[in-house]
Design a binder for this molecule. Structure first.
Ligand code: HEC
Ligand code: HEC
Ligand code: HEC
Length: 445
């Protein structure tokens, strides 16, 4: 990742030059402020607003980012890896000293809309305020009511570890100047849009911040609006394109997409792993009509050009559906190392006839987006990381094989799996060196 660091340092120097050119934070201060918050924090009873806020927070993924591993909910301290260094989420419980206990609704809205903290210091866009700026006044009020109803926790986030000179927050004024306004254009929906599609657009663009992972970033870490939702990378994973879901070789249906978003599993497409897992765990608690609206909006998105991955094979799966007589591990015609490794490590769960695949809801690997993707990245990641055990969906556990296999074995295993379950053949680029690189991409820099 040394090259990446050097590149990032270059970017930082450019930003400093821009601060000089634009005159720094003052220049931003002269920009018109985003819409003022007009809704006073009195809509309905506070408990009703807080209950609405809880459902909205599930779409905003607030708890995932603002809770450290093993830490108190919302007390912050989770390290986020960015190309520019490590940024820690902060304490957003209503603790007066270390959290947002002393914040007014206006101060909260300023943070969410302008990336400005309570004392005026500028926040980094690892906090997705370029999306949150589009949240409606009513929803900001509900989120605030919910946060203020949480238990206060006294906890301070560790200091960020950013490459020089990005630790100097006023630099973000220039970033905001460059990117916050172009983001603002994304909000209004065409008046011809069906209400649920319009609601879905609003949620995807604002609170859901799906583009934070599913849109490629430019070198300054801003989303490329011209490639919105056409696929990005995050923590070493590919976040596939969300455009054209209804028109791929195996088109998603509304029911499949809603099921995937709420349970992390779609029988015809696969399971959510990596960073998407936490998103689906949260969406399980969101309001059902809102998740349906998100799905309706995504399915209405046209295919976005060449970067749309193929989701699954058009030809029939390499293996017939599970039947009792097929309960043995099929042997490849020329069993190589990959076949042996698969039989030993994977077949107990993934061979047809394995108890897991007899359960009708289980996706065959032949339908998995990861196995069919043009890049082997997610296939390798899922072998490396597995799927964390979690009590809410404990049947979805898959062990991590990062310490079980060598890079060469993982490459053989991934290629064998793709050859066996699809008609697409091995990934030509996938060898031990590629796996070593994928391992590094997923590690803290
Ligand atoms: C992708 C991770 C991520 C998500 C999702 C996220 N946040 Fe944050 N948030 C951060 C980080 C990181 C910071 C600190 C940024 C900094 O210090 O520059 C932050 C800062 C904040 C702040 C400013 C706190 C302060 O002391 O300055 C508020 C308020 C906030 N988040 C609220 C929310 C709410 C509400 C949600 C859900 C709707 C949410 N965040 C979702 C990462 C996230
Ligand atoms: C923190 C990053 C992140 C965020 C935020 C995120 N996703 Fe994802 N998403 C991913 C990754 C990574 C994958 C691939 C997971 C895998 O291969 O199992 C994925 C996969 C998906 C898929 C499956 C696509 C396919 O073709 O198989 C859908 C659908 C999806 N996400 C929808 C959404 C929606 C809707 C949102 C916003 C509400 C969202 N995602 C927010 C990272 C993210
Ligand atoms: C203990 C059971 C278990 C073992 C062993 C196991 N897996 Fe999995 N795997 C799962 C579960 C559960 C899922 C989630 C999808 C599902 O429920 O079918 C999954 C998902 C996957 C996916 C992603 C599917 C998608 O939808 O994106 C791939 C690829 C995969 N496994 C490959 C492997 C390989 C290769 C091995 C052997 C190295 C392996 N698995 C071993 C349980 C297992």
């Amino acid at each position: 990742m040394k090259g990446r660091r050097v590149a990032s340092a270059g970017v930082a120097v450019v930003l400093v030059a821009l601060v000089a050119a634009y005159g720094g934070p003052d220049a931003y201060a002269r920009e018109p402020a985003p819409d003022a918050v007009t809704t006073p924090f009195t809509t309905g009873s506070d408990t009703a607003a807080a209950a609405r806020g809880a459902k909205l927070a599930a779409i905003g993924n607030c708890v995932t980012c603002h809770t450290a591993t093993g830490g108190q909910p919302l007390a912050g301290g989770l390290p986020l890896q960015t190309p520019f260094g490590v940024i820690y989420s902060t304490n957003i419980t209503p603790d007066d000293e270390t959290g947002i206990g002393g914040w007014s609704l206006d101060a909260f809205a300023r943070a969410m809309r302008r990336g400005e903290s309570g004392d005026g210091h500028l926040l980094y866009p690892a906090f997705p305020y370029p999306h949150f700026m589009h949240i409606s006044d009513a929803d900001i009020g509900s989120l605030y009511a919910w946060l203020m109803s949480r238990a206060p926790v006294n906890a301070r986030a560790p200091h960020n570890e950013l490459i020089f000179p990005l630790g100097f927050r006023p630099i973000m004024a220039v970033w905001n100047l460059l990117y916050l306004h172009s983001g603002a254009e994304a909000a209004p929906s065409p008046s011809s849009e069906a209400p649920d599609v319009a609601r879905g657009r609003y949620l995807v663009e604002s609170l859901g911040h799906c583009g934070a992972c599913h849109t490629p970033l430019n070198r300054l870490g801003a989303e490329r609006r011209d490639l919105a939702l056409q696929g990005g990378t995050i923590d070493g994973w590919d976040a596939p394109a969300l455009t054209g879901l209804a028109s791929g070789p195996t088109p998603w249906t509304q029911a499949q997409l809603v099921g995937y978003l709420r349970t992390g599993l779609a029988s015809a497409h696969g399971a959510a792993a990596g960073p998407m897992r936490a998103v689906t765990r949260m969406l399980a608690d969101a309001s059902a009509p809102d998740v349906e609206a998100i799905a309706a909006y995504l399915l209405a998105l046209p295919s976005g050009g060449p970067s749309v991955p193929e989701h699954a094979v058009a030809s029939p799966p390499a293996f017939a559906p599970a039947s009792a007589s097929a309960a043995r591990v099929p042997v490849s015609t020329a069993p190589g190392n990959g076949a042996n490794l698969f039989a030993a490590a994977c077949a107990s769960c993934h061979a047809e006839g394995a108890p897991m695949s007899i359960d009708g809801a289980r996706p065959s690997l032949s339908l998995s987006t990861a196995v069919n993707a043009d890049s082997p990245r997610n296939m390798v990641r899922i072998i490396l990381e597995g799927i964390d055990w979690h009590e809410s969906d404990n049947a979805l556990f898959m062990p991590s094989f990062a310490n079980t296999f060598t890079d060469a074995q993982i490459a053989e295993l991934a290629n064998f799996t793709r050859e066996r379950f699809t008609s697409r053949g091995a990934w030509p680029s996938l060898d031990a060196g590629a796996v070593a690189q994928f391992r590094k991409d997923g590690q803290p820099r």
